[in-house]
Design a protein around this ligand. Structure first.
Ligand code: SF4
Length: 329
């Protein structure tokens, strides 16, 4: 590992200004992904600014009925929080589906959102990777891409975003609060992440030195009927091949409202707006659910090694919605 300078920030403003003045500096929160990437030589910052203790580490009620999650809240605490478990169970389940117990104890809410892709070429400095080294090429397109994207990718990068938590937050219409060199702002989670386009090195719209301070969830009463289903190669400690975060409001056999997001299929959590539009206001019907899932996935452009993800995603969407609608197997 290359030598670097370590500073522990004492307030958000100081952390932001310190990092803004260090072009190759990075924020450190739980460090569960950053330290690995530094050991691998993928990231070689000359300054690490520790922000772990700067933000709230708990869930707070908001006056409008929503909640605010502090960016420093450990993943384990978030998953176990009674408010989250009762009102947003999809989020608790998504967090518990990620990593391992030890990692969740250390990883934070803000850091989880900013973890990097686990594309094997991104993590191997001996291979070409546009995300790690812009302009060098993409080894995955002609190489190993079983875990990679089928939606929204580009000829420059087909990576997927690894966070389970982010998929649930996308479905819940979460917003991210940040503090940066240009001041504070609020970003819808759906807008936080980028598709790769011609700049796959940029995962998010955050500016250098911009720090996530909190995540807010709107009051969404029907989110009490929500779940997260993750399909992966082993039962734990594996990233999603496909995942679905969904919330469903059903009354008298009619879908009154719905939220669906997909993980493991794109460079960002994929909000399944087509599924939502097709099903909102219509009857609970397995065939309609299937048609809506197929409409969402019509834009998929799988590669030979990951074509299985398209029917897999369709089936997981349908089964998850049927479970939420109370349709027996
Ligand atoms: Fe790099 Fe993206 Fe290609 Fe993976 S898919 S090798 S991250 S450019």
């Amino acid at each position: 590992m290359r030598e670097f300078r370590y500073e522990r920030a004492t307030d958000v403003g100081g952390a932001v200004s310190t990092l803004a003045a260090a072009p190759s500096g990075v924020f450190l929160a739980g460090g569960t992904n950053l330290v690995d990437l530094m050991k691998l030589g993928v990231l070689t910052p000359d300054l690490v600014v520790d922000v772990r203790r700067l933000n709230s580490d708990r869930v707070e009620e908001l006056p409008d009925g929503g909640v605010r999650i502090g960016a420093s809240m450990p993943n384990s605490d978030l998953a176990a929080d009674p408010t989250i478990r009762g009102r947003y169970p999809v989020l608790s389940a998504a967090v518990l589906a990620g990593a391992s117990g030890q990692l969740r104890n250390l990883a934070t809410t803000g850091g989880n959102l900013l973890q990097r892709t686990r594309c094997v070429y991104f993590q191997n400095v001996t291979t070409a990777c546009n995300k790690r080294e812009p302009g060098s090429g993409c080894s995955a397109i002609e190489g190993y891409h079983r875990e990679l994207a089928v939606l929204g990718h580009s000829p420059h990068c087909i990576a997927t975003h690894p966070s389970d938590q982010a998929v649930a937050l996308a479905a819940l219409d979460a917003v991210v609060r940040t503090s940066g060199p240009a001041g504070e702002r609020t970003i819808a989670l759906a807008d936080l992440y980028r598709l790769p386009g011609a700049e796959p090195q940029r995962d998010t719209v955050l500016e250098h030195g911009e720090l996530i301070t909190a995540v807010e969830l709107p009051a969404l009463p029907f989110a009490a009927n929500s779940r997260y289903r993750k399909v992966r190669d082993r039962a734990s400690y594996a990233f999603a091949l496909v995942s679905v975060a969904a919330a469903l409001d059903v009354a008298d056999g009619v879908v009154r409202d719905i939220r669906v997001a997909l993980g493991g299929v794109a460079h960002k959590p994929w909000r399944a707006t087509r599924v939502e539009e097709e099903l909102r206001g219509g009857p609970v019907d397995p065939e309609r659910f299937r048609a809506a899932a197929e409409a969402e996935l019509a834009a998929a452009q799988p590669l030979p090694g990951n074509a299985f993800k398209v029917p897999l995603a369709r089936n997981v969407i349908v089964r998850t919605l049927l479970d939420l609608a109370g349709v027996p197997r």
